[in-house]
Ligand binder design. Sequence first.
Ligand code: DGL
Length: 269
Amino acid sequence: MSKAKNPIGIFDSGIGGLTVARAVKNILPNESIIYFGDIAHLPYGDKSASAIQAYSIKITDIFLKSHCKVILIACNSASAAAYELVREYVGSKAKVFNVIDPVINYIRENYVDISVGLIGTKQTVGSNVYKKKIEDLGNNVHFKSLATPLLVPMIEEGFINGRISNDIINEYLSNTNLQEIQALILGCTHYPLIKDKVDEFYQGKVDVLDTSEIVAASLKAYLEYNLLLNKNDNADHQFLVSDYTSDFEELTRRFFGEKVKLEKYPLWE
Ligand code: DGL
């Protein structure tokens, strides 16, 4: 039986991954999404790889029970720490996507002989996953990176368009680690919300890559190619969280573009 009508499972450490879910919903409006935000364990950006792997497998089990056709790891930190393990665990039951490989493919297709920068959490940058994958491309793309841990709490607290956020963004982007780049990967779920500010900083001289859009486009191409697109327009979304607070529910407005109802679904009882 075709899996085309089955949902797409998307997970993140919290509600930041809703930027990815939003990009998926915009480009694939017929697809049903089950979103899981592991609020009880956030932030993943400061956690060990083994802790993130354990959470990711638990969440994957929820998606497998719901017969998801695709499991999309929306969190960069979990993509860096747990993708290989989740893929092995899932086997042929579903296609597993991360948010790193589509960006690497985009770089392969669009750039040669340039310097590309990455900003992300300590986990993402420290894992060196982007570095290894970009070096493996062999197209003379030089890689530079900087962990920018203040950006996640800054964005969650709503500091996006003012003096404080401008100072923090300018300070990070002026860092010597990121000099003379021609493209910058926004390697974190939260960063699409400050893309305009990053663009303003570079004044068009650097391509700022919104990974959520690149990932959604790659997911669409996969579904099309494998005849897995849902042709019915009865999409039904579910938003599960391992811990609930009304503050997080309120924050969904910022990340998803509309407020959604969060359902508590503890990972461990
Ligand atoms: N979702 C995380 C990421 O994309 C950022 C938030 C966190 O550290 O949990 O890396």
